[in-house]
Design a protein around this ligand. Structure first.
Ligand code: AHG
Ligand code: MN
Ligand code: MN
Ligand code: MN
Length: 335
């Protein structure tokens, strides 16, 4: 076995975090252990997804409706619980906020306060679960500030610069975990024979321009005219290709790798759009900026948006800086 491949097989996520931080401080060790737990959650979810149709009760709906007004799938609920379970007895995360929970969940034995909060979308792209298409999990880590005695988690209602780590898992042909702690974007691929996420790409950079535009054109007539103008532009010009999978994580990953832009605009009825800030758009905004790209609501940098509520939604224009700027130019023309 060549030396480098042995060393590479040992570059697990927890080791990589310490390498990136160039520190063995308590905080660095905490973050390393935290990322290791997220990797465990990803492995447990990936295991179930990889043979979901063979697992009694894994697919289909729970019959419940979540705070978003969406019908909750069994996989949504399962994945939500996995993240909670992997942080018990960890002493790391005191509070978890998720798309699937109206209020945050507290792990009492991990508190006192002053620890980390995990904010996550346990299964992103739920509509793809029953048809075996790519889905994801999205996460962000923030410090818990203040006592939060009322459980209102008001300290989470701050802009994206409060994120100390962010990332996603993409459950595709291979399961990959892509993360950043502010020192670039790095990808790990799950080697099922080892049961470990192994470093596969370091310092991922999104191209300044790319051919892909990713948007659900079924909403064409619900958008502002400015977005329709942009779509007409790419329809008329060579060099653009449409890709849309119905799962934000998969569409984002393609943009990160190949360049281009993903857009989920507001509509006339819902100007704030569909995607949620704390566990969808802000974590991806953190990543894309670390990869040399941009994320915007159309009128402001997404990393600067301060949520009013835990489940605040924002429009999303994210990807290559030239492509994001082009979309914004159509919006500015009409304001
Ligand atoms: P989730 O499954 O976590 O609720 O997220 C679904 C989101 C996102 O993954 C995707 O980009 C978007 O919903 C698709 O929405 P449309 O079906 O309206 O295009
Ligand atoms: Mn959902
Ligand atoms: Mn989602
Ligand atoms: Mn979800």
């Amino acid at each position: 076995v060549e030396e480098h491949s042995l060393d590479r097989d040992c570059t697990t996520l927890s080791r990589h975090v310490l390498q990136q931080l160039k520190s063995f401080s308590a905080d660095a060790q905490d973050l390393s252990a935290l990322m290791n737990r997220i990797a465990l959650a990803a492995k447990i979810i990936s295991r179930r997804l990889s043979r979901a149709d063979l697992v009694e009760g894994a697919l289909g709906f729970t019959g419940n409706v979540n705070v978003q007004g969406e019908s909750v799938k069994k996989m949504d609920a399962y994945a939500n619980d996995v993240f909670i379970s992997v942080f018990k007895q960890s002493g790391l995360v005191c509070r978890l906020a998720s798309e699937e929970m109206e209020k945050p969940y507290y792990i009492p034995e991990n508190c006192p306060i002053g620890r980390y909060s995990l904010i996550y979308d346990p299964i992103d792209g739920s509509s793809n679960v029953d048809i075996n298409l790519n889905i994801g999990s999205i996460f962000a880590i923030r410090r818990q500030q203040g006592d939060d005695i009322d459980g209102e988690a008001t300290d989470l209602l701050q802009d994206g610069h409060q994120q100390i780590a962010a990332g996603y898992v993409i459950y595709g042909p291979s399961t990959m975990l892509v993360y950043s702690i502010g020192t670039g974007v790095h990808a790990f691929t799950l080697d099922p024979s080892l049961g470990e996420f192994i470093l596969s790409q370091e310092n991922m950079q999104v191209p300044d321009h790319g051919p892909v535009y990713s948007v659900n054109e079924g909403n064409f007539w619900q958008w502002d005219e400015s977005i329709r103008d942009y779509i007409r532009y790419v329809h008329r010009h060579e060099g653009y290709t449409a890709r849309y999978s119905g799962a934000l994580v998969g569409d984002f990953h393609r943009i990160l790798c190949q360049g281009g832009v993903f857009i989920y605009p507001g509509t006339v009825k819902k100007p704030e759009g569909k995607l949620r800030l704390l566990y969808e758009t802000a974590p991806l905004a953190f990543l894309i900026e670390q990869a040399g790209g941009r994320a915007s609501t159309g009128t402001e940098n997404l990393m600067d948006v301060v949520p009013e509520k835990l489940h605040t939604r924002t429009p999303l224009i994210i990807g290559s800086k030239e492509d994001v700027a082009l979309v914004e130019s159509f919006i500015q023309e009409r304001t």
